[in-house]
Design a protein. Structure first.
Length: 109
């Protein structure tokens, strides 16, 4: 009985925006890793994101555990990008608190 070991690539792909997606889904790598870091099992992650396969989640977690520094650097860059987008939106959006207070005062009249 012979057993052949095959090298497999992680089920990760980069989309046009630079975001890393898991498997053939649109689920972001950061969602899977943050869920795992919060204590979620691979099975519960698949229940949460039904387009993921269990084997892709296990392989992704394994990849993260073997390449933690690189994945954490990517996650930190994504968080910085999200904060930058959030700040940009705050700078162009009106202060919603003022609008809410005007609306609530109008209702009370």
């Amino acid at each position: 009985m012979s057993f052949t070991l095959e090298r497999e690539m992680p089920p990760l792909r980069e989309d046009a925006t630079g975001a890393i997606r898991v498997g053939n889904s649109r689920v972001l790598l950061e969602l899977v890793i943050r869920a795992f870091q919060d204590g979620a099992s691979a099975e519960s992650i698949v229940q949460r994101y039904s387009t993921l396969s269990l084997s892709d989640v296990y392989t992704t977690i394994g990849y993260y555990l073997r390449h933690q520094d690189a994945v954490e650097a990517y996650l930190n860059r994504r968080e910085q990008l999200a904060e930058s987008v959030h700040q940009r939106l705050l700078s162009v959006q009106p202060d919603l608190r003022l609008i809410r207070s005007r609306l609530s005062s109008g209702r009370q009249s």
